[in-house]
Design a protein around this ligand. Structure first.
Ligand code: ADP
Ligand code: MG
Length: 327
């Protein structure tokens, strides 16, 4: 069982940031409003993620660590209109096969928490009582300790932590309703407070994208039928020499999509020099049946059924925001 899981792990777990991604997505799926992430040594020593989500019942802990044990797909229609972030049911099993993983959880119905970990070649799950508030903590120690070839591919602590930081920025923008705290080697690095009002959201935007971005940001809020576009774009004066602040989400998922990029670039028309990049944090919401999300986790592409319409909606919407901003 361990070997099969290790092979699967090759697809899911490339580096510490991929572990953080899977675990934070699970926390979000579980309805957490606060997620605390502790990293040691760029994640190669420790990745610890604690949430206040709904928890996992004691009798499902073992299952959660086994492959294809997703609790998230009920019907085929669910699969077509993927609502929750996780749907493959193999992240925990894969991560557990290439690390020392402990899963500790408590549900509201339970008096006490339980810790689960898989051991040995057969990955037999052991349970023991633990102390934990309602919610879940995943602790991943010594990532790739048993796959030395992969461990060798890890970059410096700084680089690996950088990937984690960037990943959490993306998530912090798309889920402003959730408090996210990040520590590295015991030091607080980021504190993203849950934001509800526009002012709180702008504060969070500045925490992620920097004050300079906020200073040049124009708020966007448009809709056309069930197509919605919201977020911020920078004015041409705020354009950058690096394409480092380009965040775009479709139905809450981060995308790097050619059609969308083209629409944004076109909206600026000639107001950007060839070596300048637009900066933006944009959220597109569309009827899930009107879009195909490539189910390969590494691809960030979408296919809109009405591509032309979406393109022109984004382009024209941003053009009018830019014109208003200049006025
Ligand atoms: P998937 O997310 O694709 O269902 P995972 O391997 O990531 O598969 O997780 C397996 C299962 O464990 C989930 O379906 C969920 O029921 C449970 N689970 C994992 N993490 C959490 C969490 N933080 N809170 C509550 N349940 C969780
Ligand atoms: Mg998952």
């Amino acid at each position: 069982a361990r070997l099969a899981n290790q092979i699967a792990a090759g697809e899911v777990v490339e580096r510490p940031a991929s572990v953080v991604k899977e675990l934070v997505e699970n926390s979000l799926d579980a309805g957490a409003t606060r997620i605390d992430i502790d990293i040691d040594k760029g994640g190669s020593r420790t990745i610890r993620i604690r949430d206040n989500g709904k928890g996992i019942p004691k009798d499902e802990l073992g299952l959660a660590l086994s492959r294809h044990a997703t609790s998230k797909i009920a019907t085929l229609d669910d699969l077509e209109a993927i609502a929750s972030l996780g749907f493959r049911g193999e992240a925990l099993a894969s991560i557990s096969s290439v690390s020392r993983l402990t899963l500790t959880s408590r549900t509201a119905e339970q008096e006490e928490a339980w810790a689960a970990y898989a051991e040995g070649r057969d990955m037999e799950v052991q349970l023991k009582p633990a102390a934990h508030p309602i919610g879940t903590t995943l602790e991943v120690l010594d990532l790739f300790f048993n796959t030395p070839a992969r461990r060798k591919f890890l970059r410096t602590e700084k680089t690996e932590f950088g990937h984690i930081d960037e990943l959490l920025k993306r998530i912090a923008l798309s889920r402003m309703d959730v408090t996210i705290n990040l520590r590295h080697n015991g030091k607080v690095v980021r504190q993203y407070r849950a934001a509800n009002t526009q002012i709180q959201k702008e504060r969070r935007l500045a925490a992620v994208c920097g004050q300079a971005f906020l200073d040049h940001a124009l708020a966007v809020e448009l809709s056309h039928g069930d197509l919605k576009l919201s977020g911020w774009i920078c004015s041409p004066q705020g354009a950058r020499s690096q394409n480092d602040i380009q965040y775009c989400y479709v139905n809450g998922r981060m995308m790097k999509d050619k059609l969308i990029n083209h629409a944004i670039r076109q909206a600026y028309e000639s107001s950007l020099a060839p070596d300048q990049y637009a900066a933006y944090a944009l959220f597109i919401d569309v009827d899930p049946h009107q879009v195909d999300v490539n189910v390969h986790p590494a691809k960030h592409e979408v296919r809109f059924h009405q591509a032309r319409l979406v393109h022109d909606f984004i382009c024209q919407g941003l053009q009018s925001a830019l014109i208003e901003g200049a006025a």
